[in-house]
Design a protein around this ligand. Structure first.
Ligand SMILES: CCCCCCCCC/C=C/C(=O)SCCNC(=O)CCNC(=O)[C@H](O)C(C)(C)COP(=O)(O)OP(=O)(O)OC[C@H]1O[C@@H](n2cnc3c(N)ncnc32)[C@H](O)[C@@H]1OP(=O)(O)O
Length: 295
């Protein structure tokens, strides 16, 4: 695994804007850096080839352009090095991922907005289409884009007393077709229609009932349970497992691959609408008030 990280650093050097600080190396792990701070910690178990990716962008792991790019680069490296499994989790207490950084969509720079959307597409294509066995260890709230990351994985384990769902309509925005397809693949057409139109955030227990998550375990058992489940995936002959996953997902992946630029244009045109900007502004205001009341 050592070469993985040497190459990783080279990738970072090729992108100085994204990776300005030197990476910290340990025998079996690496910390990837972004412009802001250490926001992604990837540990690879050199015996099993299983990577654990911890998101660490406080306060809520919201996905801005730089963070998405870090995730995308990390996924590419893990794939290139033929890692066999990935456990995706959070290092931020009580939050798995708050979804897209709303500030990227509110009063946006239109050029950056499009790059931002492409970077989200990249993450989705890499994670949903990954050859690795992927398990989401959902140790906190997981709205919208956070739910998308979790549903891209092959299996989901969640701690109690959190929420998960595609709540986009509550912000006055709409989940694009590939969010829908991902959700449909997990909970089916009817439940997805219900979830999307109402923007439902499910409690952990409700999510288990509709099979949005596969298993619920206490907070401190989420990662051990993911490691245990991973063993089951790794026992299956690699090519058979990968081809079966590909059989289930290829058409969905291809749909976005073929329509990427149309999807970017649709997103941009939607996001800059006055009514959408107004809704996002009001939602941000509501979040700010809620956060101030806590302080
Ligand atoms: C045709 C095609 C069309 C395409 C059309 C477009 C499709 C777009 C698809 C969109 C996908 C998305 O993911 S949209 C994103 C949806 N995400 C959400 O709705 C999550 C909103 N956040 C929350 O519910 C909560 O913050 C939650 C995650 C549960 C954590 O609650 P807490 O009480 O622990 O923390 P809070 O006090 O609320 O938040 C802490 C701070 O983080 C900020 N914050 C929270 N979530 C944030 C976020 N997503 N982006 C930015 N900032 C966020 C708050 O404002 C606070 O900032 P300060 O006041 O400065 O402290």
């Amino acid at each position: 695994m050592a070469t993985l990280w040497t190459r990783g650093i080279q990738v970072c050097r090729a992108l100085p804007r994204l990776c300005t600080a030197p990476s910290v190396q340990r025998r079996t792990s690496v910390r990837l850096m972004s412009t802001e701070k250490d926001n992604l910690l990837v540990d690879v178990d050199s015996k099993t080839g299983v990577a654990t990716m911890q998101m660490n962008r406080p306060p809520v792991n919201s996905l801005n352009l730089e963070f998405l790019t870090s995730i995308s680069i990390a996924l590419e490296k893990l794939e290139n090095e033929k890692c066999r499994g990935l456990i995706l989790t959070s290092d931020v207490p009580k939050i798995f991922c708050a979804g897209l950084d709303i500030l990227e969509m509110y009063q946006p720079d239109v050029e950056r907005l499009q790059v931002f959307w492409r970077s989200l597409q990249d993450v989705w294509l890499r994670l949903y289409g990954s050859k690795m066995a992927t398990i989401a260890a959902i140790n906190g709230h997981s709205p919208a884009g956070g739910c998308l990351l979790a549903t891209c994985c092959d299996y989901r384990i969640m701690a109690p007393n959190y929420t998960i769902g595609l709540n986009e309509t509550q912000l006055g925005i709409v989940a694009p077709f590939w969010f829908r397809d991902t959700m449909c693949g997990v909970i089916g057409h009817r439940e997805t229609e219900h979830a999307l139109t109402l923007g439902i955030m499910y409690s952990t227990e409700e999510a288990l009932n509709i099979k949005l998550v596969d298993k619920v375990v206490p907070q401190d058992k989420v990662i051990p349970a993911a490691q245990e489940k991973m063993k089951q995936y790794l026992k299956i002959p690699e090519v058979a497992r990968q081809l079966s996953k590909d059989l289930m997902r290829r058409e969905t992946v291809e749909k976005l691959r073929l329509r990427r630029e149309d999807d970017v244009a649709a997103f941009k045109n939607f996001a800059v609408r006055e009514s959408v900007q107004k809704s996002l502004g009001m939602y941000l205001e509501m979040l700010k008030k809620k956060s101030q009341q806590k302080k």
